[in-house]
Design a protein around this ligand. Sequence first.
Ligand SMILES: [Cu+2]
Length: 155
Amino acid sequence: MNPLRSLPRAATLSLALGLSLVARAPLEAQTATVTASDAWVREVPAGRAVTGMFLLLKNSGATERSLVRGKADVGDTLELHEMKRENGMMRMSPVQAITVPAGGETALRPGGYHLMLFGLKKPLAVGDTVRATLTLDDGTQVRVVAPVRAMGQMP
Ligand SMILES: [Cu+2]
């Protein structure tokens, strides 16, 4: 092989590879290391426009990730909440992020972290399904399909 001819070819090839890597970056960002499972939403009686969503977040990656926001198809707003005991009372408050440790998991469940759905367009009954999209701090998104469960039912 003539090295004088193959050199520019190699340069062209690596340029092409470089370009395709750049072009593919948004797709690779979609291969999130965080997945959601066991998702469910608490049943909402008529006259109430707020409910909670619960799920398990697992991080298979080597980097800690944080859930920073989300959106659900049934309501106007989705907030990240935390429920804590304060002076003997259970209080809930919004949090900026819910972290999922590298190689670990974070449970969102009644009495702890949860997602709060506000501005529900209609009551949610057992058998209904809620779809949500959660966004992580690296921009990746996790899609969630959550069945509605009865009020008192805990997983
Ligand atoms: Cu809440």
